[in-house]
Design a protein around this ligand. Structure first.
Ligand SMILES: *[C@@H]1O[C@H](CO)[C@@H](O)[C@H](O)[C@H]1NC(C)=O
Ligand SMILES: *[C@@H]1O[C@H](CO)[C@@H](O)[C@H](O)[C@H]1NC(C)=O
Ligand SMILES: *[C@@H]1O[C@H](CO)[C@@H](O)[C@H](O)[C@H]1NC(C)=O
Ligand SMILES: *[C@@H]1O[C@H](CO)[C@@H](O)[C@H](O)[C@H]1NC(C)=O
Ligand SMILES: *[C@@H]1O[C@H](CO)[C@@H](O)[C@H](O)[C@H]1NC(C)=O
Ligand SMILES: *[C@@H]1O[C@H](CO)[C@@H](O)[C@H](O)[C@H]1NC(C)=O
Length: 274
């Protein structure tokens, strides 16, 4: 259900349709501004089923050891929280905030799940209001396009960072009704405006750990309006075979002074762990 303020926000978003979101991918992985690497899902994927599964490599592809970390390790992941939110539907659900909810409706600290595994398979049962099949049809449906918002609190060579990486997906595949689905209400948080979230303040480091042959993709996600049927059907990302753009070039494009500094620390980090 959209409130008036949501409509304001919505109008604002519709007014900026050209907003391009680029993803740095290599070998099927998506690189983030942080130490975690996303193995799945791919940006723009339609999802459904019983659960969503987000697979994250928290070892920066084997370069960083797993916690508990030795005390003197200056590069480490403090914690990762994940939310599923949408300015289209007005929802913001907790996938994990470090504290497990009843029956793992929201998940505990993922850094300590699957001990010994560098890839954490974050499995979260879809809550009740996402039940359905296909594109959103009703005005008040919670189904539609979402971002998996991956927030990393980490330290790189002694410097603390907090980054937000939003991965778009669509909740448009079949999700079956089940008695034991968590209620949406029990997982819901207030939806903040982009200014309140302060993406710019958060993301003071670029995508750092992509290999040189990474390419940039821009998934085609139509912002679409609620109810306009196919407007919400994101397709598979079109790989823009990237015009030879390596991740380095992408990072450089976006980088300010902070970026350069962190790129410098990145080399120090790689030097230290290799
Ligand atoms: C995304 O990539 C396209 C093509 O590579 C480029 O034209 C555009 O400026 C990029 N956008 C952002 C926000 O980096
Ligand atoms: C994550 O780590 C930061 C930095 O240590 C800390 O301030 C914050 O409370 C932690 N959050 C969670 C959910 O553990
Ligand atoms: C997903 O995140 C991007 C970037 O943070 C934002 O521009 C976009 O509006 C979000 N999409 C939805 C459906 O909320
Ligand atoms: C919740 O998840 C944790 C970690 O994966 C697991 O050890 C625990 O058994 C789960 N609890 C329930 C009630 O499913
Ligand atoms: C974690 O998320 C759940 C579900 O949204 C919420 O009930 C709980 O208060 C949150 N805990 C913390 C410490 O933020
Ligand atoms: C979603 O809720 C969490 C927890 O309250 C908050 O940290 C996050 O910024 C919210 N995201 C949006 C887009 O409002």
């Amino acid at each position: 259900m959209k409130s008036d303020s949501m409509f304001g926000l919505w109008a604002l978003l519709l007014a900026t349709p050209g907003l391009a979101l680029n993803f740095t991918v290599a070998g099927g992985q998506i690189f983030t501004p942080g130490l975690a690497v996303v193995d799945a899902p791919q940006p723009g994927t339609p999802l459904g089923g019983d659960q969503i599964e987000v697979a994250l490599d928290v070892s920066t592809n084997g370069r960083l050891q797993l916690p508990p970390y030795p005390e003197d390790l200056t590069t480490r992941i403090h914690n990762i929280t994940i939310f599923l939110y949408s300015y289209d539907t007005g929802k913001n659900f907790t996938i994990t905030n470090g504290t497990a909810g009843v029956n793992n409706a929201s998940l505990g600290d993922i850094m300590f799940s699957e001990p010994g595994s560098t890839v954490k398979h974050v499995k979260w049962t879809w809550p009740d209001c996402l039940v359905g099949d296909g594109q959103p049809r009703e005005l008040d449906t919670a189904r539609g396009i979402y971002n998996i918002s991956i927030r990393q609190n980490f330290q790189l060579n002694g410097n603390s960072h907090y980054t937000i990486f939003d991965l778009p997906i669509s909740v448009t595949n079949r999700i079956e009704e089940r008695q034991d689905r968590p209620s949406c209400a029990s997982l819901e948080n207030p939806l903040l405006t982009p200014e309140e979230v302060d993406y710019e303040g958060a993301n003071n480091v670029p995508v750092m750990f992509a290999p040189g042959d990474a390419t940039t993709i821009e998934p085609s996600l139509s912002g679409g309006g609620i109810g306009d049927g196919d407007g919400l059907g994101p397709t598979k990302p079109d790989a823009t075979a990237a015009d030879g753009l390596g991740s380095g070039a992408v990072a450089l494009d976006r980088m300010g002074v902070a970026g350069w500094l962190s790129l410098a620390s990145f080399f120090v980090f790689i030097g230290a762990v290799l």
